[in-house]
Design a binder for this molecule. Structure first.
Ligand SMILES: Cc1cc2nc3c(=O)[nH]c(=O)nc-3n(C[C@H](O)[C@H](O)[C@H](O)COP(=O)(O)OP(=O)(O)OC[C@H]3O[C@@H](n4cnc5c(N)ncnc54)[C@H](O)[C@@H]3O)c2cc1C
Length: 272
């Protein structure tokens, strides 16, 4: 199948993109890696595509003492290659390198991944665990919110139709911070069947387990230090979880959580 005919507008700046998205049937396009297949299958039938990848603000990064702000159109490959500064000591590069295969990574963007809202995608889980925030521009200016609550359901986000994801802000981890990540997928190029990100930063008061590939949006399972300090507390927390009715998936989710926690204990995830 082929896409329905559409016009293409290349936005030069954020204000222009927001204005163009106000047109009926307009849709933003980033790396085209998720939207392309949806157009081909006619699951999406936009009248106008607004290409946001040429907006300089969406391609840059800003570093401060507290955080690093990544433009929404930075690609997975740029993280993987270390082309952008990574305050997490390699966690971002590691997550990016596990997304699909290289051809997808060279075009797919961090902002597009969040906006697409796939519950099994890597960035929503990893960035949600890392306590990152997403910046969104619309008619009323820029607002921001935690990545952990940006997704509202499977393929549903807090993004309004005429809003653009402009950036993702990743807090700088303290020296004691640790990150762990685990995902299970049967073949390279398939999305995860189970995926978990864990992050412990006592100085910032974050002790988070986040999982995806559930029926709904990725969720924060726990945000308390005990689950990281005491194996029995982790087991007790896991026993209470609603991980869906499918026994195979339940086991996969449990394995992903335990392996992500074990990964966190092995790998130090932070650098100044
Ligand atoms: C074969 C294959 C395997 C894949 N495997 C994985 C995987 O293992 N893990 C994983 O996480 N992902 C995977 N993906 C998805 C990939 O990571 C995409 O790059 C990502 O989901 C979307 O990014 P994009 O920039 O290509 O967005 P696009 O495809 O251009 O857009 C996706 C959606 O986001 C919206 N959008 C894009 N950018 C913005 C913006 N700045 N502001 C507002 N809305 C925006 C679009 O309107 C559209 O609704 C895979 C994709 C393919 C084709």
């Amino acid at each position: 199948m082929k896409p329905v005919p559409f016009d293409l507008v290349v936005a030069k700046d954020v204000a222009g993109a927001v204005k163009a998205l106000g047109e009926e049937g307009a849709k933003a396009v980033g790396g085209f890696q998720s939207l392309g297949p949806m157009l081909n299958l006619r699951l999406a039938q936009p009248r106008i595509l607004i290409d946001v990848t040429r907006i300089p603000e969406l391609r840059g990064i800003q570093r401060s003492d507290e955080s690093v702000v990544y433009g929404a159109c930075i690609t997975h490959a740029e993280f993987e290659d270390g082309a952008v500064f990574d305050p997490t000591g390699g966690a971002l590069a590691r997550v990016a390198s596990g997304i699909a295969y290289r051809a997808v990574r060279t075009r797919g963007t961090i902002g597009g991944s969040l906006a697409h809202g796939d519950p099994a995608a890597d960035w929503p889980v990893a960035l949600g665990a890392l306590d990152a925030r997403v910046r969104i521009a619309g008619e009323r200016g820029v607002r921001q919110m935690p990545v952990a609550s940006f997704m509202t359901g499977a393929f549903a986000t807090a993004l309004q139709p005429n809003e653009v994801v402009v950036a993702v802000e990743v807090p700088r981890p303290s020296p004691q911070a640790r990150f762990g990540f685990w995902k299970f997928c049967r073949k390279v190029g398939e999305l995860a069947e189970a995926i978990c990100g864990v992050y412990c930063d006592p100085e910032r008061g974050v002790h988070r387990i986040m999982i995806g590939a559930m029926e709904g949006r990725p969720v924060v399972l726990a945000d308390v230090p005990e689950v990281f300090e005491d194996a029995r507390a982790l087991e007790a927390a896991l026993a209470d979880l609603d991980l869906g009715s499918d026994p195979v998936h339940r086991k996969l989710h449990l394995a992903a959580i335990k392996r992500a926690v074990a990964d966190m204990r092995q790998v130090s995830g932070a650098s100044a």
